[in-house]
Design a binder for this molecule. Structure first.
Ligand code: 6FA
Ligand code: ABL
Length: 550
């Protein structure tokens, strides 16, 4: 049966939008191409040590690093070449859950938002009420595995850094450091799943699994969404008269749906035309809508510094390290299997407290960096025990390594382009990292600042880069594919007609009833990891869409 709204994609953008629109009494269908994730959504995939409990892999924050090491990684979209979550919750179900409420600057006109968006506070307050942040996610209020925090704060304090609770005042962020911050005091509810669109009586027949919104029927007036569902006529889910479609497929996913529907740059639509399945579904070329879908893309460039310190960063101190047998034994490699020591596992299962109640990061910090072109850039640092890779001439002990990831955030000028290839896989076409020379020189300045007080911390050694490589050389030769921060925005940028893809109400230019609400409309990167901003944006977008006359 036809519905008022079809929302395509159940990530942080889609879940919140579906929830708020269904709360307003509209009939909403939420289509998600992936399968379930958390227990509550029907997911059952879990670590052996959690068998018999109600905790899936996607419920337990401490399993985060195993997202990258598990050979059965069904949650990553197989047709997108960068990390993207294809399951209920989208990236929000598989990410590190670092959670920063947006600052006023993040939603300012100087950050590219239309004036009508700058009053974000009521929406951010609604988000905060629904998903309260905490910097002590373990339910017993204690912080675990804090050696990295202690060492890194010794590095930062002499540089003038202060310890604050960032989500109490997101505008105060220069030279601050904060503890690992997640949403919700209950460590299980750390994802946008706490918005439960299905729990509202008004929501009907949401489809959560294995649906794929591919293209629309008859733009500019969309009458339905074509899917791969063979149980409905021609795979088409129809809209009521006056109904609307909202794309929330993520920066890559939503762009691809638009190309497949004849919306975007001609070169991308021509690739669709060449595909034997998708080509015949395109509207005639006279109806294509030429918009800069995939341009204006931004992602934080991130550079890892790896250190050692004689405090052991054993993830599980109660378990002896099997030296010489499996050197990286304690670099999160064992959280999934064999799992934490019995006491830590029991503690988590009984009360969601302890080491497993947090993802790997322990400390975050921010600094404003003046730049030679007059535009201030911000740098975020994230410190965590362990390392994804180490390149060094020094001997080192694997149980004593930790990583600071330095991200360039607000103020970035570099832009790239994303799109599809002939196989219709989505991928970066032009890398967005450090294209602007001042972005690059500013990040280098920031990295040098981080290590400027190294000699003040007894026992602390920078091992990657080592003393055969300067910071400048290290950045110059850094593999761009490992600079990816997974924070893609901008492919369906909001803004004025002629320059942007969506208008002030998130409606796609040239269409009557097609909207986009996900990371792709965000014009510039916020100061921190983006899903807090994306969720506040979805709160605001839902209100704007509902306020539009049909
Ligand atoms: N952001 C943070 O704020 N903090 C973090 O710690 C953090 N960590 C990570 C991280 O560790 C990884 C590995 C990744 C990949 C991202 C991280 N991020 C973090 C970024 C954050 O997760 C993303 O910015 C955020 O999830 C973007 O939200 P969106 O709603 O814009 O998009 P998603 O990709 O999350 O969701 C799209 C959904 O649509 C997916 O469920 C997908 O399966 C579905 N979909 C796509 N195409 C579809 C189609 N054709 N039909 C039906 N469904 C479709
Ligand atoms: C984020 O916002 C980033 O998108 C992730 O890349 C980051 O996690 C999390 N937050 C946590 O800070 C890192 C992992 O810690 C690494 O082990 C992994 O190699 C990397 O993501 C892959 O991008």
């Amino acid at each position: 049966t036809p519905v008022d709204y079809i929302i395509v994609g159940a990530g942080p953008g889609g879940i919140i939008t579906a929830d708020r629109i269904s709360q307003a009494g509209k009939k909403v269908l939420l289509l998600e191409r992936g399968g379930p994730s958390t227990w509550e959504t029907g997911g059952r995939y879990t670590a052996p040590w959690l068998e018999g409990t109600d905790f899936t892999k996607f419920d337990v924050p401490g399993l985060f690093e195993s997202m990258f090491t598990d050979p059965n990684a069904f949650w990553w979209c197989k047709d997108i070449t960068v990390f993207a979550g294809c399951l209920v919750g989208g990236g929000g179900a598989v990410n590190g859950a670092l959670y920063w409420l947006p600052s006023d600057e993040d939603f300012s006109t100087s950050s590219g938002w239309p004036t009508q968006w700058t009053n974000h506070q009521p929406y951010t307050a609604a988000l905060k009420a629904r998903l309260p942040p905490t910097d002590a996610p373990s339910t017993d209020g204690k912080r675990y595995l804090e050696q990295v925090s202690n060492v890194v704060s010794q590095l930062l304090i002499p540089q003038g850094y202060r310890n604050v609770t960032i989500n109490d005042n997101p505008d105060d962020k220069d030279h601050i450091y904060v503890h690992m911050t997640l949403s919700a005091a209950n460590a299980v509810d750390q994802s946008p799943h706490t918005y439960k669109p299905l729990s509202h009586a008004q929501t009907s027949s949401s489809k959560w699994t294995h649906m794929c919104g591919t293209s629309f029927e008859t733009a500019p007036q969309i009458t339905g969404v074509k899917t791969n569902d063979t149980s409905v006529l021609n795979g088409i889910y129809p809209l009521n008269p006056g109904g609307r479609v909202i794309l929330s497929g993520g920066s890559y996913g939503s762009a691809r749906i638009l190309y497949r529907s004849g919306i975007g740059p001609t070169d991308m639509i021509e690739l669709v035309q060449g595909d034997p399945v998708a080509g015949p579904l395109l509207p005639p070329s006279s109806q294509w809508i030429n918009l800069p879908v995939g341009y204006n893309v931004s992602d934080n460039p991130s550079i890892n510094l790896v250190f050692t310190h004689p405090s052991a960063f054993l993830i599980f101190p109660s378990r002896p390290v099997l030296k010489n047998i499996f050197l990286s034994y304690d670099n999160w490699a064992d959280v999934f299997t064999p799992g934490p020591p019995a006491a830590d596992a029991a503690q988590y299962i009984a009360s969601q407290s302890g080491v497993m109640a947090q993802a790997s990061p322990r400390l975050n910090f921010w600094q404003a960096l003046g730049a030679t072109d007059g535009t201030t850039r911000w740098m975020q640092g994230t410190a965590r025990p362990g390392a994804a890779s180490v390149t060094t001439v020094y001997p080192y002990n694997e149980t004593q390594i930790f990583t600071i990831t330095a991200y360039l955030s607000s103020g970035i000028k570099s832009r790239g382009r994303l799109g599809i290839n002939a196989a219709l896989n989505a991928l970066p076409l032009v890398n967005p990292w450090l294209v602007d020379p001042v972005d690059k020189s500013t990040l280098i300045t920031g990295l040098k600042d981080i290590v400027s007080t190294l000699s003040l911390v007894p026992g602390l050694t920078l091992i990657t880069p080592d003393n055969t490589t300067t910071i400048d050389e290290y950045v110059d030769t850094y593999d761009p594919s490992t600079m990816d921060s997974n924070h893609w925005i901008g492919s369906n940028i909001i803004g004025p007609q002629g320059k942007a893809v969506v208008d002030v109400n998130t409606k796609v230019y040239g269409t009557n009833n097609l909207f986009v609400v996900d990371a792709s409309i965000v014009p510039t990167l916020p100061f921190g990891n983006p899903h807090g901003l994306i969720m506040s944006m979805a709160e605001q977008a839902a209100a704007k869409i509902l306020a539009l006359a049909t």
